[in-house]
Ligand binder design. Structure first.
Ligand SMILES: NC(=O)c1ccc[n+]([C@@H]2O[C@H](COP(=O)([O-])OP(=O)(O)OC[C@H]3O[C@@H](n4cnc5c(N)ncnc54)[C@H](OP(=O)(O)O)[C@@H]3O)[C@@H](O)[C@H]2O)c1
Length: 435
């Protein structure tokens, strides 16, 4: 049986999971790949006495893996865009296939790296970079390749989803749940990438590039985190029949592509609204197939290793047959990848959840309603609470119809300028996800 040799760089959570999975399922993997997959070298920085490496050669300098002539496939599991970028560039230049789980690397440097891979006649595979173990890249690139993708929406950051789920289920506030997520190892010590939506934006850019056949454009994604979500809003959303989820949304419109990550109210009855805890899910609407949903573990050692090893097997099959991959790296032939205009947020149309604090006196609601109506914004639902004992101000919650964002911003400013409205309006976008 032919032999394909893999080098693994980075022996952290995913690296150790990948090594363990390749070893444990070696016989099944060989049957599927049509060749023996051998681990030829590991590139590690520090000691990992808890990881069984046996007789596999270990290098302290990861570049030694990229330069090792025995290695056919380099697996980059270091993370970040410093050493990882230099390593992947070197491996591709040396004619090695590369598998990575690194969404930041693909989202920010993918255009260059895919080009380099194509020039070198090798592949750069990245299934694990989006939604961990869920094979959504394969689904988009291959299973849905007959469709014109209209839009996709995903819960693609487990930490953020864990926080929002806990806020809803237990009425806990953001800071408290974040601290627990860190203690449980879901959130990084610096959770900015998760809670500010940067990690989700990295993944969304990759999904959108495949779905719409366009270059990766990380700097064009509108990104809003969940740090401003308050427990009261989670509760009011529930009363209105909605859940708040941190979604990455990419949509094709006649004016351009929408690329946005933000907290979103979605109807509680949608499957996506019931994706809880650290789980991920991506909903894709294709013109032929309609909606399809991909659900599962978006992170963790072996779920992520599952996607990494699947990429290794794909490459090993090709190597065993002496052929390159027939599937283009972004799902579209490189010469057919086309830049498309990205729709500015002020032209994006969504419905809105608005929460304001109003004086409890006659006429306030009619002032708010007439500002909305003059702007053509219709009020679909409204909650007005009785004032608490001794209070003269009340929360007012409004759900609007779909409105251009620029117009909604103008309406919100006009309402905020009313003497009877205190402070700023809390605004959260609403998506029906039904077409
Ligand atoms: N964890 C997940 O669930 C998950 C899911 C999907 C995708 N990913 C992606 O997978 C990649 C790895 O994530 P991870 O969670 O496994 O990270 P991790 O646990 O922090 O592991 C990273 C490993 O890389 C090593 N490393 C860092 N810089 C290095 C260098 N210059 N030379 C050699 N080794 C170096 C680290 O060594 P030290 O121990 O010495 O620092 C560590 O062992 C990232 O791109 C991440 O975004 C992770």
């Amino acid at each position: 049986m032919k032999r394909v040799t893999v080098g693994i760089c980075g022996l952290g959570t995913v690296g150790a999971g990948t090594l363990a999975l390749l070893q444990r399922n070696a016989a099944d993997i060989a049957d599927r790949a049509g060749c023996q997959i051998e681990i030829g070298r590991l590139g590690v920085r520090g000691d990992r006495p808890d990881v069984e490496t046996g007789t596999i050669p270990v290098s302290r300098d990861v570049m030694a893996v990229a330069d090792d002539p025995e290695i056919d496939i380099l697996v980059e599991l270091i993370g970040g865009t410093d050493t990882a970028l230099a390593l992947v560039r070197r491996a591709l230049a040396n004619g090695k296939h590369v598998v990575t789980a690194n969404k930041a690397l693909i989202a920010e440097f993918g255009n260059e790296l895919f080009h380099s891979a194509a020039e070198a006649g090798v592949s750069l595979s990245y299934e694990a970079a989006v939604a961990g173990g869920i094979p959504v890249i394969k689904a988009l690139r291959e299973g849905l390749s007959a469709n014109r993708i209209q839009w996709l929406a995903g819960i693609i950051n487990g930490t953020g989803n864990f926080i929002l789920t806990e806020m809803r289920d237990r009425g806990r506030d953001f800071a408290e749940v974040l601290a627990e997520a860190q203690a449980l190892g879901y959130a990084e010590a610096d959770p900015t990438f998760d809670v500010e939506g940067i990690d989700a934006a990295h993944k969304l850019v990759i999904l959108a590039a495949i779905a719409f056949g366009m270059p990766l454009q990380f700097d064009k994604v509108y990104t809003e985190g969940i740090t401003g979500i308050e427990t009261v809003d989670v509760g009011y959303a529930e009363q209105l029949g909605y859940r708040i989820k941190h979604l990455g949304i990419a949509r094709r419109t006649e004016q351009g592509i929408e690329l946005r990550v933000h907290p979103t109210l979605i109807p509680a009855k949608r499957l996506l609204a019931n994706v809880n805890g650290v789980k991920n899910a991506v909903l894709v609407e294709g013109d032929a197939v309609g909606p399809t949903l991909y659900y599962g573990a978006g992170a963790g050692a072996e779920p992520t290793a599952s996607a990494v090893v699947a990429d290794v097997i794909d490459l090993a099959r090709n190597l065993a047959r002496g052929q390159g991959s027939a599937v283009p790296m972004l799902g579209v032939q490189p010469e057919a990848i086309e830049s498309r205009p990205i729709l500015p947020m002020e032209d994006v149309r969504t419905a809105w959840y608005l929460r304001m604090t109003a004086e409890d006196k006659p006429g306030v609601l009619s002032d708010v309603a007439s500002i909305c109506s003059r702007a053509g914004v219709s009020i679909e639902a409204l909650i007005q609470k009785e004032p608490a004992e001794g209070q003269t101000r009340v929360p007012v919650i409004i759900l609007t119809n779909r409105t251009r964002e620029g117009e909604l911003n103008r309406v919100a400013r006009e309402i905020e300028a009313l003497d009877s409205i205190e402070g700023q309006i809390t605004r959260i976008r609403v998506e029906a996800l039904d077409g």
